[in-house]
Write a new protein. Structure first.
Length: 113
């Protein structure tokens, strides 16, 4: 798999505003925010997209989801937020490193995009 902007952030080759990090995950502010608060949560393990996860990734996926409420609380999103995973071209995925969007700070509408 080729290197992505996200692997460069993990490796500290390019700067990012990191808001959370542990051994398995890193979260940072999106450089093209779609809401007043827009955080990306990514695994440090490179997985291109949700379709590529395997049963061995179950604990990692659970870990990523458990990070989200902590990050949202720290970012002041106590009134609610949206969590999005885009998968593949038609799903709107533009960076092929699995990532979870946390969007908040405004009223979300439905249906999205």
């Amino acid at each position: 798999m080729s290197e992505t902007i996200f692997t460069k952030i993990i490796d500290r080759e390019i700067p990012a505003t990191i808001v959370y990090e542990d051994d398995l995950a890193i979260a940072f502010k999106d450089i093209n925010p779609q809401a007043p608060t827009h955080i990306l949560v990514i695994p440090k393990k490179v997985i291109a997209k949700l379709d590529d996860v395997t049963p061995s990734d179950q604990a990692l996926l659970g870990h990523l989801l458990l990070c989200i409420p902590k990050i949202a609380q720290e970012q002041g999103l106590s009134d609610g937020y949206r969590v999005v995973i885009n998968n593949g071209e038609l799903g709107g995925q533009t960076v092929y490193h699995l990532h979870i969007h946390i969007l908040g700070g405004r009223q979300m509408t439905w249906p999205p995009g």
